[in-house]
Write a protein that binds this ligand. Structure first.
Ligand code: HBI
Length: 364
């Protein structure tokens, strides 16, 4: 099976079209992985909500756009909520298309953090592989993921070990990390720039802690990301003076990385079990060291003292002290770490190995 060309169907997240920013990190993951798998010679059909845009073309890539109503995000629901399927829902339509096409493909890869595609794994001889994009944000999701782990353990993969520890898995978790296109990020040597923060503006991302650091240092924090929770954003604005925060908005990667590369550090303040932390890797790709709470994916990606500093969760004093010592980190270490571990090429190779192994498995 080594380097055999795979015919793959990739099914996107149903909470917004690719490019809307509503899918959070999983949008960048999908676009990066499509490019990486194509560079390995695999054939891709990407099924995604209408409006989705992919910033490149290839004769190995076909895109099918499906119209329908977004799935409510698990971030806006309670852990104990049931699965909701709105009328004219895009989720079942994405999967009807996938099932129609599946018997001409080797495997389907699911990126949705949703119950339906996981449940379908039990009912279809087509092999559906799931890249789980979050920690256990919903009980019914935790339940179905544990069930699939019992039945098809080789068809589940996670971004980080810490993320996988949220789930009761039958076997050791398959960890594939994440990865982004090296061509999209340029290394910036500049050492004494501003402080930055990036991510979906929502409570679980803990922006207020990073603004506190900037304020205490008498600086302005540059903030990139989609303002998903307007109330939360204005609460932060009212708590701090206007001088402490500059909203830069949700920018396309090329503009984002241009501005991010000028920062002397990125501060990352997760309040939840962040599955991976794409912005951490994007910063490192630009040579920007990261100061993060030792929680979830960021706690696994940052090598304390090498490509950034780790701080006890919610320890704002710790963030401030780390910020004062950030010039000790060689910016080149960050770029080297990215090139070795988190380009979309190495990510695609890890996913390819996952698929080859899973396709070879015959379940008793
Ligand atoms: N919620 N229902 C649902 N489905 C998803 O795919 C989903 C989500 N919430 C957030 C999310 N995906 C992404 O932001 C993850 O990358 C975190």
């Amino acid at each position: 099976m080594r380097n055999k060309q795979l015919k793959l169907i990739l099914v996107s997240t149903p909470i917004g079209y690719l490019g809307s920013g509503k899918g959070g990190g999983v949008e960048l993951t999908i676009i990066s992985l499509v490019k990486g798998l194509i560079s390995l010679g695999h054939k891709i059909i990407l099924i995604a909500p209408k409006g989705s845009k992919i910033p490149f073309e290839s004769e190995l890539l076909e895109i099918k756009l499906i119209d329908g109503i977004d799935q409510p995000s698990w971030q806006h629901q309670k852990r104990t909520d049931p699965v909701l399927i709105p009328s004219n829902s895009v989720l079942p339509k994405l999967w009807e298309t996938a099932i129609d096409l599946a018997n001409h493909s080797d495997a389907v890869i699911n990126f949705a953090y949703d119950w339906l595609p996981l449940w379908l794994t039990k009912t279809h001889e087509i092999k559906i592989f799931h890249l789980i994009s979050m920690g256990a944000e919903s009980l019914i999701m935790k339940e179905i993921i544990s069930q699939i782990s019992q039945l098809f353990p080789y068809q589940l993969a996670f971004h980080t070990k810490r993320q996988s520890e949220d789930y009761c898995l039958k076997t050791d978790p398959i960890i594939v990390g994440n990865g982004f296109d090296m061509e999209n990020y340029s290394f910036n040597e500049k050492k004494n720039g501003p402080l930055g923060w990036a991510g979906r503006i929502a409570p679980e991302k803990g922006l207020e802690d990073a603004v506190r650091v900037a304020k205490d240092l008498g600086e302005k924090l540059l903030v990139w990301g989609l303002i998903e929770d307007k109330e939360y954003a204005s609460k932060i604005e009212n708590t701090f003076t206007k001088e402490s925060i500059e909203w830069k908005g949700f920018l396309p990667t090329n503009e984002f990385q241009d501005q991010l590369g000028l920062c002397r550090a990125l501060i990352n303040t997760p309040k939840w079990n962040e599955a991976y932390g794409n912005v951490i890797v994007e910063a490192m790709a630009c040579g920007v060291p990261v100061i993060a709470y030792d929680l979830g994916g960021p706690g696994e990606l940052i090598e304390d003292g090498f490509n950034g500093f780790l701080v006890k969760p919610n320890d704002i004093e710790g963030l401030i002290n780390a910020t004062k010592s950030i010039s000790e980190i060689k910016r080149k270490n960050c770029r080297d770490w990215f090139e070795k571990k988190a380009t979309n090429k190495v990510f695609a190779q890890r996913v390819q190995n996952w698929l080859y192994k899973g396709l070879n498995k015959k379940y008793l």
